[in-house]
Design a binder for this molecule. Structure first.
Ligand SMILES: [Cu+2]
Length: 290
């Protein structure tokens, strides 16, 4: 075990070196950054999947519900503080029960919760029931980087955060420091991507806020998430489960590209296309001809 621990930084360094070959892929088209935090931002990122739109809708709906409730409770408190303190109400009433009020404060919150559930349960169902996968990728969180495996094509690489002085070499602007990584998970636009999320050491969490997805990677377990990105672009996320000293330094980069660019990229990674699904066939021929 101790030997393993001593060797693991070495293994990480080797992975880092080998990953560079899959890294700065200058053949991918120039893509706009669509999914990233903005300075002084307070709301959710612009959604780029149906799932994320549902999440934004739920967020707004809950806001419309909790604001009046908070105002109502605050008003009640203020009313009690002003009119029922010792000075203004020296002789307090001694009764302890009021059935109509007790029924009301049980039934009304229950109805509010039921109303919220009418919208949350369909959204949860949508997120948790996996559709037929067009692309399946296994993601492993590790201290402190990500491993990706395109399980149908034998393509595998790691993803490390870029240092500030490396950003330009990889085509990123300076403000993307702490978000941009050496490799990107590349996926085709408009297809169902199913991710199998796990971890190799401690619990990590894979997320892309603009896709409305987040899934803990737990050692020894394979959890799933899915998304279908609607626009080509670059999307960032960050490990979202406190996983150790460099937790803040294992961001996630996803590049959503056209089907042709995706297959050409796979081809450059040395993909095995045996048994590829029908939608890929015409693009594979083009990629292999080039
Ligand atoms: Cu982590």
């Amino acid at each position: 075990m101790r030997l393993f621990k001593a060797l693991s930084p070495l293994a990480a360094a080797i992975t880092a070196l080998t990953a560079v070959s899959a890294a700065a892929d200058e053949f991918l088209p120039d893509l706009p950054v669509l999914g990233a935090p903005v300075p002084d931002g307070t709301s959710l990122q612009t959604p780029f999947t149906a799932l994320a739109r549902e999440v934004v809708f739920l967020d707004n709906l809950l806001l419309w519900i909790i604001v009046p409730i908070t105002l109502f409770v605050t008003a009640l408190l203020v009313w009690v503080i002003i009119f029922y303190n010792r000075k203004s109400n020296p002789e307090p009433a001694r009764f302890t029960h009021n059935t109509p009020i007790e029924v009301a404060w049980t039934v009304i919150p229950a109805l509010i919760l039921l109303f919220i559930a009418l919208f949350t349960f369909p959204a949860l169902r949508h997120q948790q029931i996996m559709p037929e996968a067009d692309v399946t990728i296994k993601v492993t969180g590790l201290q402190w980087y990500w491993d990706y495996e395109y399980v149908d094509h034998g393509v595998q690489f790691s993803q490390f955060m870029l240092e500030r002085d490396q950003l330009a070499d990889y085509g990123y602007t300076d403000d993307l420091y702490l978000l941009a990584t050496d490799t990107a998970m590349v996926v085709p636009v408009g297809h169902n991507i199913v991710l199998q999320v796990t971890a190799g050491d401690v619990i990590h969490s894979w997320t892309i806020p603009a896709f409305g997805v987040k899934q803990d990677g737990i050692p020894g377990r394979l959890a799933e998430l899915w998304f279908n990105a609607e626009e080509e672009g670059i999307f960032f996320g960050q490990c979202s489960e406190l996983c150790g000293i460099n937790h803040a330094y294992m961001p996630i980069t996803v590049k959503v590209v056209s089907e042709a660019d995706y297959i050409a990229w796979l081809e450059r990674q040395g993909a095995d296309f045996a048994g590829a699904p029908a939608w890929m066939e015409q693009f594979i021929e083009v990629a292999q001809a080039n």
